[in-house]
Ligand binder design. Sequence first.
Ligand code: GAP
Length: 516
Amino acid sequence: MSEDLFKNIISHSKEYGFIFPSSEIYDGLSAVYDYGQLGVELKKNIREYWWKSMTLLHENIVGLDAAIFMHPTTWKASGHIDAFNDPLIDNKDSKKRYRADVLIEDHIAKIESKIEKEIEKAAKRFGETFDAAMYRSTNPRVLEYQKKAEEINSRFKTALENNNLTEVKQIIEDCEIVCPISGSRNWTDVRQFNLMFSTQMGSVSEDAGTIYLRPETAQGIFVNFLNVQKTGRMKIPFGIAQTGKAFRNEIVARQFIFRMREFEQMEMQYFVKPGTEMQWYTSWKETRMKWHSSMGFPASKYRFHDHIKLAHYANAACDIEFEFPFGFKELEGIHSRTDFDLKSHEQHSGKKLQYFDPEENKSYVPYVVETSIGLDRMFLALISHAYKTETLEDGSTRDVLSLPAFLAPVKAAILPLVKKDGLPEKASEIMELLKFDHLCQYDEKDSIGKRYRRQDAIGTPFCITVDHDAIDSSSSNYNTVTIRHRDTMQQERVSIDQLPAIVEEKVSIKKMLRSL
Ligand code: GAP
C-alpha cells in the first residue's frame, strides 16, 4: 500500500513539474534529481521559512554563504578524510554493491516485522481482551525473535565500534543474507568506502591538489566563525545559519530524493559557553520541533531518536524522524558537537579560533550545538504528507496536494469562466492586482472542472473564477468573483477589492513566523 503510494508520489512529482530525474534524456543519473518549475518554488518557500525562522526570529543568529570548495585541510581537520566512510560489500554474482550496515539493519527490520505480524495475528484471535504488551513479553515465538534481533544488533554494534570489518562480513554470512538481485550469498569482503567526491583544482593536473566537494555545509561555518564573530560583534551565545549544496557519494542511493548524491542542507551552528551546551541542546530540540509542528503535521508523524553510538565529535545527538511512506526515517539531526571542530581547525591551521568573553574576562573555544536539516527531505516529507487521492460525492476522484498554503508554489489561479465576452480582460486585471505579492497562474484552457483539478493537483490554495456577473454593471454581483478553497472545495462570492487581503491572510509567512 505504502509502496504504491510512494510510486504515485514520484510520478505525480514528475507529471506536474516538481521533480525530474537529472539529465533524463540520457536515462538519468543515479540519485541525482532536478527541481522543475513548481518544485523550485516549493523548495524556495521551505528554505525561506527556515531562513527567516533562524535569522529574523533570533537577533543573535546571522547568515553566511560559504563556498562549496574549501581548502583540503578542512576535511582532514573535520575528520571526514579519515572517518567519513560506509562499509560496503559486493555480490560477486549480481555485481551489485551494498552498504553492509544496511543489509544487516534490513535483516533486523525483517525480524522485527515478523514480531509485529505475530502480534497482529494474536490480536485478531483474542479480540478486545488482547494485551499486546503482555503478549510481547511472554509469547515464546516473539521472545525468540526478539532475542535473535538483539543478538545481531549487539554483535553488529561491537563490530562497528571496533572497526572489525571481518566480523561485519561474518554477521552477513551467519544471518544467511542473500543478494536481492542474484539471490546468492557469494559476497566479497567488506571494505570501507569514503563518501566524499574529489576533484582537481588548477589547469595542470600533476600540480593540482585534490579538493573535495563539501559533504556538509557546517565546515564553512566553522572556518568563518571568527570572521563573523569579529565583524558582526557577536556575543556568545550566537548562531550562524547557512543553506547550500552538499555532496556525498552514497553507496545505496534510493528512495527518490530521500538519499541523494547532491542535496541541499540547512544548517545552523550555535556557539555557546562550555558547560551550557546541554541546556542549549534541549532548547534547540524544542525550537526545531515547534518549527516542524507549525506546518500542520500531526504529532504522530514525528519522533525523536537519540543516537546510541555518538559520532567522534558529539557528546549528545538525536534525529528528528518523520514517518515517510517507507517508515520513520531521519529528517533532521540535532548535535552537541562540543569544541571538536573549532579546536581541530586551530590545530591544523595554527590560528586561534577563540572568543574573548568579557563577562568571564578570559578566552575560550566555544562549544557548538548544531541543527541540520536536509531541504530535499523536508520537501519529500511535505509532499508525501500532502498528496491524496480523494473520492468525491459523484464517485469521481481528484488528486490533491494539501500543502500548507504559505508554502504552496502557486498561491492563486485566476480563471475566466469562458475565454470571450470580456472575461479574460477582467481576469487579467485580477492578475495585475495579485501578481506583485504572490505567484499566480492565469488559465483559460479547458472546462472549469478540469482547471480546478489541475490546480488541486499542484496544491494551489485558491481558485478565483471570473463569470459574467463580475463584468455586468447591472448585476448585484458586479465586480465580485467566486473564490474556491482547495481543501474543502467550498466556494464563496467576494468582491474583487477584497482579494488581496483574503489571499494574504491565508498565505502569509509572517503569520506563520509569529506563531513560532
Ligand atoms: N552537519 C551535520 C550533518 O551533516 P547529517 O546527519 O549527516 O549531519 C544532516 O546530515 C541532514 O542532511 C540529514 O538529517 C538529512 O536530512 C540530510 N541528508 C544527509 N545525507 C543526505 C542525502 N544523501 N540526501 C539527502 N539528504 C541528506
